[in-house]
Every structure is written in structure tokens, then in C-alpha cells.
Design a protein around this ligand. Sequence first.
Ligand SMILES: [Zn+2]
Length: 142
Amino acid sequence: MTGYALPIKRLIRELGRLPGIGEKTAARLANHILRLSEEDAVRMAESIVDVKRKIRLCRVCFNLAESERCEICLDHSRDRQMICVVEEPDSLIAIEDSGSFRGTYHVLHGVLAPLDGIGPEHLRLKSFWRPTPACRGNPRPC
Ligand SMILES: [Zn+2]
């Protein structure tokens, strides 16, 4: 990064922390941002801060949400007997875009990967196993 002014180096370093973005791509993006109007650059920066401040996990399904429950959990027309378990919110979006599923979701925010040290305790599994009346007294989740 020799030759770049310090603020540009910092921007390249930050952009390079994004997944799939190497130093060359980060430099290209930084140069694009440099050419933006100040208004556009501020809007972009504010959208990043906005996401960090306003987005949380739905307390029911762990989808990304702006309030305690996501839009899907608030939708009373959804079939709550069908729960689609997905790895990440991106998977949920892809299924929603297909328009073929009218149930609800449970987002794990990862997958089991014992070789990488990712066990059940690292996923959002506990709240998924809600005992139904038929399950009470049964030591295994059903
Ligand atoms: Zn939800």
C-alpha cells in the first residue's frame, strides 16, 4: 500500500476485512469511494452504522429484524406448523425470494463443524427445541 495517503490506506485495510475482498479489490473499491460525492459517501457510511445500530435477531426465529420479531414471525398468515431450519439469514432470503414456502423459519447462524470446534453450543439450537405437550416427560427432543 505504499504511495497511498494514510486515510486511503485505512479505508483499503477496512474494506479488505470484508469476506472475499482482497487488497486489490479493496483498493479498487476505495478509489470508487473517493470518486463519490461527499453526500453519497456519507449516505453509504450511515447505512453501515444504521445496520449495526438497528438490526438485531428476532427473538423467535433469530432472523435479522428491526424489532423484537421479524416480519415473517409477525405475519399471521404464515403456517406455524412448518418450520424451515436454515444455516444463515441469506438462505432464508433465497427461500423467500422463491415464493414457494409459507411457513416459518429457525436460523441457526452456522452449522455443526466438529473439526473446526463448532458444536451445538455455538448454534442457536436451544430455543428451537420447545417441548410440546406430547413431549413433556420425554428426555429426548421431539
Ligand atoms: Zn422471526
